[in-house]
Design a protein around this ligand. Structure first.
Ligand code: ATP
Ligand code: MG
Length: 478
């Protein structure tokens, strides 16, 4: 059992600031009291003790309060991604068989009609009925259900338990350290594990969250340069925007700022070098929905000596590579207390582990010192004339070209070689395919050089902004 995190935090450090948004702030005790009142309303609606509720809301203090309330009411929360299309949201709500859908009024238009919808305005007007809020939580309780990004196929509903989340937060603290002055800048979506894990860390560490409803590169860069925040989570696109702002402002990161945790996908090496110039410490991290956030993270002191690595596993976690005899590259397998025990819905019969190990579908290797290098997704491997080509290597190179804004690489059928790599590029300024091919020839083995280069206005991305390589070829049909 674990103590009710919200009650425990309000008891331990009631007057510490938990949340700051625009010019307002809330202490842990204030949020606790507000969430108790909301939990009593949920009780009137019979949404307590294991009921499954979907939540669709932007990242505002109302959402944080509701997350606290649902946790106190012991509901399983299905966190919905507001960037998804109507039919994608409808799919997740059906797949998760939710009892209710709590929706911020301004987001109602995003969902098809459904009797289970309860707008926030209705929830707030509901009478309170007092009941005994659990003082302790079962470790196996599914606090959240999150859908994977759907990069490789159908999004999978992943159950994340109390102990998955707490072990993830503890491991992260053991690696990054905690200070009383910490303020975590949260601009990543809370419906993803990258954002929700900040809420968990805040409760477990007693740490302030500086919340933004939408990412604002200029304001975030300012917070980093002025030292009003100490940590933040980024994906590579966000990092790039911040770097550009800081470069324009000609100012470095404030010494208060300790780390930008960069995950969700590979971070181009060029971005890491630019960060170094700006004294902006970046810790590359590797994780997924199934591991409730980070599995491995590159410690600050190793950032420049192991550039491109996702570091070593966090303290409680293990990583091994399932490689063929004589090879060092293979599928990344993960074991640890942060690994989900089960999928729900359509994938409910798919085991999450085999003999205790999660098979990630990602390919990588460990170097002699045990640093993890994530190479790519196994499903995106291009085999050309018997040689393995990983699109990420080529994309990484292309993103280092000063005129390339976005890059995506996939395989195309080829009579002689089986498959050949093809590049799709969003350019900053007009350029020719020969420039790109010439650039690649300087840095890559010949068989890895894209055989065709297509300039496009955008790349296909998922609701969480991930590149969908499986849809690149469709751009040619548009
Ligand atoms: P789906 O499982 O539905 O195909 P997804 O795997 O993209 O979608 P997430 O759980 O959001 O869903 O993303 C986790 C994946 O992101 C990892 O399995 C890995 O492929 C990629 N990833 C995360 N961190 C890194 C990293 N540091 N380097 C390379 N890839 C990463
Ligand atoms: Mg996945």
């Amino acid at each position: 059992m674990q103590p009710n995190w919200i009650k425990q935090r309000a008891y331990l450090t009631p007057n510490r600031v938990a949340l700051s948004f625009h010019d307002e702030q809330w202490t842990f005790n204030e949020l606790y009291l507000q969430s108790v009142s909301l939990a009593y309303k949920l009780n009137t609606l019979r949404l307590t003790n294991g009921k499954r509720v979907a939540i669709l809301a932007p990242s505002t203090p109302h959402l944080i309060e509701l997350l606290y309330a649902c946790m106190q009411a012991q509901c399983e929360m299905v966190l919905l991604n507001g960037r998804l299309a109507k039919h994608e949201l409808a799919y997740q709500v059906e797949d998760a068989e939710v009892d209710a859908i709590l929706v911020a009024d301004e987001e109602l238009v995003k969902l098809p009609d459904d009797d289970r919808i309860i707008p926030f305005s209705k929830l707030y007007k509901t009478m309170e009925s007092e009941y005994d809020i659990a003082a302790q939580w079962n470790e196996d309780f599914a606090l959240t259900i999150m859908y994977t990004s759907g990069t490789t196929g159908f999004p999978k509903g992943v159950c994340q338990t109390v102990s998955n989340h707490s072990s993830s937060a503890i491991s992260s603290a053991l690696n990054l350290g905690i200070s009383e002055k910490d303020t975590w800048l949260c601009t990543v979506p809370i419906f993803h594990i990258s954002g929700f894990s900040i809420v968990v860390r805040s409760l477990l560490y007693g740490m302030k969250i500086r919340l933004y409803e939408k990412f604002d590169a200029e304001k975030c860069a300012q917070e980093i340069m002025e030292g009003t925040v100490t940590k933040m989570s980024v994906v590579s696109v966000i990092l790039e925007n911040i770097l550009s702002e800081m470069e324009q402002a000609g100012k470095k990161a404030h010494p208060n700022f300790t780390v930008a945790l960069a995950g969700g996908g590979p971070v181009p090496i060029d971005y890491l070098k630019r960060s170094e110039e700006l004294d902006l410490r970046v810790a590359q991290t590797y994780g997924m929905t199934e591991t409730s956030s980070q599995t491995a993270t590159l410690a600050n002191e190793d950032a420049m000596t192991h550039i491109g690595s996702a570091g070593k596993p966090l303290f409680f976690n293990e990583i091994k590579i399932d490689a063929k005899d004589g090879e060092s590259i293979g599928e990344i397998l993960i074991r640890g207390p942060h690994v989900t025990p089960k999928y729900i819905g359509r994938f409910k019969d798919k085991p999450t582990t085999i003999n205790g190990w999660l098979h990630t579908g990602d390919v990588g290797y460990l170097d002699e010192q045990g640093y993890l290098f994530v190479v790519d997704r196994r499903s995106d491997l291009i085999i050309s004339g018997g040689e393995n080509i990983y699109p990420a290597e080529i994309e990484n190179l292309l993103l280092g070209h000063p005129n390339v804004k976005e890059a995506g690489v996939c395989g195309m059928e080829h009579d002689r070689w089986g498959q050949v790599p093809v590049a799709f590029i969003v350019a900053k300024e007009q350029m020719t395919d020969q420039e790109i091919i010439g650039f690649c020839k300087q840095h890559l083995a010949n068989y890895k050089v894209p055989k065709h280069v297509h300039f496009v206005s955008h790349l296909p991305r998922s609701g969480s902004n991930k590149l969908l390589r499986r849809k690149l070829m469709q751009l040619l049909e548009e």
